[in-house]
Design a protein around this ligand. Structure first.
Ligand SMILES: Nc1nc2c(ncn2[C@@H]2O[C@H](COP(=O)(O)OP(=O)(O)OP(=O)(O)O)[C@@H](O)[C@H]2O)c(=O)[nH]1
Ligand SMILES: [Mg+2]
Length: 210
């Protein structure tokens, strides 16, 4: 099966924003990918979009220096934007401590009307640590409409197949965590299904047909 056989038929880079005044119009359902540097955000997005190198990946932590917007269209015509967020600390800080960069990301996560879901990535070998819990708590402070959160454990190919289930169960502790690999594409259809499920407003058609 090719990487995008299940759904996305078109994907392209739309915009890069380094300030709140550079955000594209807030008109299409969006899903953002958040997590610490090097966890595999850009790689997961490429796997979901079935594109090897559309989103820039790197072995150098912190390489992504802007909020990147990718437009996608699914086989059924539904449009969805995928947003690559750079890793950063999500702790509540005073105005003075918070740099312009963190302020932009917080602004995006708390204010973006079309933001339907945030995929929070954790390394399967580390699980949800303080940073990720802070992010989840931070998202919980948002007023309606509050985006859904989907927790994903990355790089499961680093664990032998026979031990993956147990490894994911260990870090899950009651919450649903989807194990994924951008190398062998494990879990990619499940993440896509979860995104599609939560991207529709209650009682409406999933996403907006083109
Ligand atoms: N084995 C394995 N390596 C992965 C996987 N996903 C990402 N990587 C590697 O991990 C490194 C970081 O991946 P990225 O996708 O660039 O991570 P990122 O979270 O976007 O990093 P920043 O943009 O710096 O925040 C790269 O060397 C990837 O090849 C995976 O599922 N399995
Ligand atoms: Mg990246």
């Amino acid at each position: 099966m090719s990487a995008n056989a299940w759904d996305i038929v078109e994907a392209s880079f739309e915009a890069g924003a380094q300030g709140a005044d550079h955000l594209p119009p807030d008109t299409i359902p969006e899903v953002a990918f958040a997590g610490r540097s090097n966890v595999g955000k850009s790689s997961l997005m490429n796997a979901l979009m079935g594109r090897r190198n559309l989103v820039r990946t790197s072995g150098t932590p912190g390489c992504t220096r802007q909020i990147s917007f990718f437009g996608t269209r699914a086989r059924d015509g539904a449009e969805l934007r995928m947003i690559d967020l750079p890793g950063y600390g999500y702790a509540k800080r005073s105005k003075g401590e918070r740099d312009a960069w963190a302020e932009l990301i917080e602004h995006y996560l708390l204010r973006r009307e079309s933001l339907r879901a945030v995929v929070v990535l954790v390394d399967v070998r580390r699980g949800v640590e303080a940073e990720e819990q802070q992010l989840l708590d931070f998202l919980g402070t948002r007023n309606e409409p509050r985006p859904a959160t989907i927790i994903v454990a990355t790089k499961v190919d680093k664990i032998p197949k026979s031990r993956r289930r147990a490894a994911i169960d260990t870090i899950s502790r009651g919450t649903r965590i989807i194990g994924v690999s951008a190398v062998d594409f494990e879990g990619i259809p499940e993440v896509w299904a979860a995104i599609r499920r939560v991207s529709a407003p209650a009682g409406e058609q999933p996403l907006r047909p083109a």
